[in-house]
Design a protein around this ligand. Structure first.
Ligand code: UDX
Ligand code: UDX
Length: 466
């Protein structure tokens, strides 16, 4: 069946960019993106493309081309659902903060609400596509809700996980390593899969479109994220060893990455991975394994998270110890708050946890990030509930000018690898700071030798200490 009308529920970091590209590449398909956060919809419709709710390099050009032509951001959720032949569910699936599986399992409340709403109002057959990352067998639950609460309308469920990484989303969407589509092995299931294959094949070579059963597709997404995170924790676990032995982690990464069996990607040592996916998906994998009685499997994967927490704590402890075991009353400048460069997303960013620990020690932090808004920084901290919101405002101050953030500080801490940090006037910065002037480079992006020549006391991650 040729699809001519698509609806996507959830206009977030995944739904927004993905639907923009689907619309751009399929001008004959009407794509409507809806969200129950109406402010978000207003921002997606903003005339000023620098006000889009998601910052992704290149996204503005795609929006300019497709919005109003065949791409629409709408508040009329029911209408979009009723008119669509294919509905993507792209709502968030955070880790549960209550009840059974608290702190581990994915919270499927929003997904279920979507399924119920689709079932309630649909009057024609539909293909429902899981875009959100979901635990294995979620499709079964969605199918059951749709079949038993609907109006005798037929629903076909597909799993089509998204593998884009933030910051490079537009490139990842345009040239995906693979598109994964899971469907049922029935005549209608195959027809539904083919409809989605057809949409993607407007721009993705057929050989890169992989079709599997639904469960393989759901599980592959969790496992892909677990493998990627595992590589980072593996390299990060060795940074401590490098620091103690005078090896250099960047040289080690280069040396092992040149082995084509290992490969060079995802071997960048850091203060720890963040983002909305890695921790959540591994916790979910651990939870699923435990609930199936697979304790060795669960413990194995849990180590990836334990190591990531350790890396963040170790980094913070090093700051504290280097600053003579006290940061109370000292000003510390943060460069970066986003969980990686080229995004305004800061979910689970290492910066939040490093800031929180330093604030516990009564340090005053001034943060500069080129894209993350001050309100997002405060909501990240308030969410931790380590202290009241008013105290967070006292101890942390977002600043628009990096040099102002750094002026009179005891230390500069690099938390995100934004390119612009490399080209700052580090001589000027040295003169602005208290002495000794410390730099803690949580991303190994600055030039250690040059900074040391200027007079800085530089610490990187997994770098020999001298
Ligand atoms: C995505 C995936 O969908 C999630 O499974 C994955 O693990 C992380 O990335 P993302 O797009 O990053 O989520 O989340 P977010 O930016 O929070 O967007 C979700 C949107 O869904 C929000 O705008 C929210 O308002 C909307 N939403 C949520 C609804 O429209 N209806 C709901 O019932 C719940
Ligand atoms: C990830 C997956 O890459 C993507 O396929 C999936 O769809 C969603 O989750 P994302 O979280 O957006 O994407 O970004 P990613 O580039 O994977 O980075 C995640 C975190 O790992 C960031 O904090 C990043 O700085 C960190 N990282 C990444 C490292 O510390 N070292 C590396 O070598 C690579």
């Amino acid at each position: 069946m040729k699809i001519s009308n698509i609806c996507c529920i959830g206009a977030g970091y995944v739904g927004g960019p993905t639907m923009s590209v689907i619309a751009q590449k399929n001008p004959d398909i009407r794509v409507t993106v809806v969200d129950n956060n109406f402010d978000r919809i207003d921002s997606w419709n903003s005339d000023n493309l620098s006000n889009l709710p998601v910052y992704e390099p290149g996204l503005d050009n795609v929006i300019r081309e497709a919005r109003g032509r065949n791409l629409f951001f709408s508040k009329d959720i029911d209408k979009a659902i009723i008119e669509a032949e294919m509905i993507f569910i792209s709502v968030n699936t955070p880790t549960k903060t209550y009840g059974e599986g608290k702190g581990m399992a994915a919270d499927l409340k929003y997904v279920e609400l979507c399924a119920r709403q689709i079932a309630k109002i649909s009057i024609s057959n539909k293909i429902v596509v899981e875009k959100s990352t979901l635990p294995v067998k979620t499709a079964q639950a969605i199918q059951s809700i749709l079949d038993t609460t609907g109006n005798n309308v037929k629903f076909e469920i597909l799993s089509n996980p998204e593998f884009l990484a933030e910051g490079t989303a537009m490139r990842d969407l345009e040239f995906p390593d693979r598109v994964l589509i899971g469907g049922q092995d029935t005549i209608d299931g195959k027809k539904a899969v083919n409809s989605l294959v057809e949409i993607y094949s407007s721009w993705v070579p057929k050989k890169n479109i992989l079709t599997t059963n639904v469960w393989s597709s759901e599980l592959s997404k969790l496992i892909a994220n677990a493998f990627l995170a595992q590589r980072i924790s593996s390299i990060n676990s060795l940074t401590e060893l490098c620091e103690k032995t005078s090896a250099d982690i960047e040289e080690v990464s280069l040396a092992i990455g040149m082995d084509s069996r290992i490969g060079s990607k995802f071997l960048r040592a850091s203060v720890g991975f963040g983002g909305s996916c890695f921790q959540k998906d591994i916790l979910n994998l651990v939870y699923i394994s435990k609930s199936l009685g697979l304790f060795e499997v669960a413990n194995y994967w849990e180590q990836v998270i334990i190591m990531n927490n350790h890396q963040r704590n170790r980094f913070t402890k090093n700051i504290l110890e280097t600053l003579y075991n006290t940061v109370a009353g000292k000003k510390i400048a943060f460069l970066g708050w986003a969980f990686k460069k080229d995004t305004n997303d800061s979910r689970e960013s290492a910066a939040i946890y490093v800031a929180d620990k330093l604030m516990e020690e009564e340090a005053y932090i001034e943060v500069f990030d080129p894209k993350v808004s001050p309100s997002k920084m405060y909501s990240d901290l308030n969410y931790l509930k380590s202290r009241d919101n008013a105290s967070n405002k006292i101890y942390l101050k977002p600043v628009q000018d990096p040099y102002k953030a750094i002026e009179n500080s005891h230390a500069v801490v690099v938390l995100t690898e934004w390119d612009e940090f490399k080209s700052y006037d580090w001589n000027k910065i040295y003169n602005l700071m208290k002495k000794p002037a410390f730099i803690f480079d949580g991303r190994n992006v600055l030039n250690k030798e040059e900074l040391q020549k200027i007079g800085f006391d530089y610490s990187g991650i997994g770098k020999p200490t001298d």
